[in-house]
Design a protein around this ligand. Structure first.
Ligand SMILES: [Zn+2]
Length: 133
């Protein structure tokens, strides 16, 4: 699974108001969330502590929140697949970014492979920390 802005990392439930999605002008991204606004009441931000002590902030819906700790391997796989997507020629070419060389792709992916998530650092409702722009 690929992470999308404003959607639950585990079940892809909408956790933020969706403003726009990519249309057919973006073949690699068509249908995916492009822009979000305010968080919905069911949205939680969970900070996962990573192997090197840094952390990654991810979004989960209320239903998935109690499962985060037990499903970290699955969440990590989604993080890896999302990274592989974001460094791909299809993604970067489609949003007008310079393509990565194979070496640059390997470096980006290795940074993630070196830092698997270990557990939850903290969790907070998105509505308490974010109020849109
Ligand atoms: Zn969910």
């Amino acid at each position: 699974m690929i992470k999308q802005p404003g959607l639950c990392t585990l079940c892809a439930t909408e956790c933020f108001e969706i403003v726009t999605r990519y249309d057919s002008g973006f073949p690699h991204l068509e249908g995916r969330v492009r822009q979000v606004a305010n968080p919905l009441d069911l949205a939680w931000r969970v900070a996962l502590v990573l192997f090197d002590g840094s952390h990654a902030d991810l979004t989960f819906c209320e239903d998935c929140l109690p499962e985060v700790e037990n499903r970290i391997p699955e969440i990590y796989r989604t993080m890896i697949e999302s990274c592989q997507d974001e460094i791909s020629d299809g993604f970067r070419g489609n949003v007008g970014l310079n393509l990565f060389s194979e070496e640059e792709k390997a470096v980006h992916l290795q940074m993630l492979l070196d830092r698997p998530p270990l557990g939850i650092l903290y969790k907070v409702k998105w509505s308490e920390v974010y109020h849109g722009h």
